[in-house]
Design a binder for this molecule. Sequence first.
Ligand code: APR
Length: 238
Amino acid sequence: MADHPKSVFVLTGAGISAESGLGTFRDAGGIWATFDPMTLATPEAFARDPETVQAFYNARRQNLVAAEPNPAHRALARLEAGLAARGGSLTLVTQNIDDLHERAGHREVLHMHGELLKARCASCEAVVEARADLSTADSCGTCGRTGGMRPHVVWFGEIPFHLDAIEERLMAADLFVAIGTSGAVYPAAGLVGAARQAGIATREINLEPSDNAYLFDEADYGRASEAVPRWVEAMLGG
Ligand code: APR
């Protein structure tokens, strides 16, 4: 790892929010072990059975509203401030649709898979805050259309957000760190390979080796609430 890297790019996944009580997807008992993503997380599923899809996201939204950030989220917010104070920068890209990074004090978060606490009109694309349940009875405050207010999240088969910014920020980084992600879903899972090709140092922090663990120069395995603060202290204290 570059000593005292100044420009750090962090990619987080569901594992960083696991200890806040939000489900992961591919662990034993994970969300996709319980629910079929093809019936809940695709545009076709929403068109076919919107109320079932809304109910799935309504339950996750209520779980999120009751959840709290954990020490891993707070440590990354400290790292963002600490790097800025020494003229460096932290780019945080998350696959998570929760707002726990923001609630931990993180200032800039790029949600490449969208945000559970926002809704988007399928007709005019207007995006609004959504903390309460969504239903097909909701109408859009911008275009007035009823029935098309969907969770502002990226479903399978849709294009993730911020891809240009992600590419640009990654290529400017001197360290890429993946935290709490299985490395199973692209394009997020391809970022470590792009970093290596660009000669950028790479580190994985995860409960166990991910699907692309072999691509990382260094790794810390353990629970995020312990491993991330330890890594951040080393980054800021050293
Ligand atoms: N601390 C650290 N890592 C953990 C913890 C923990 N307490 N608990 C679980 N993990 C790790 C798991 O070992 C696993 O490698 O977090 C990872 C979670 O992997 P996934 O469940 O596949 O979640 P993620 O990688 O974020 O999934 C990517 O898939 O379904 C889509 O859109 C969804 O954004 C999601 C994407």
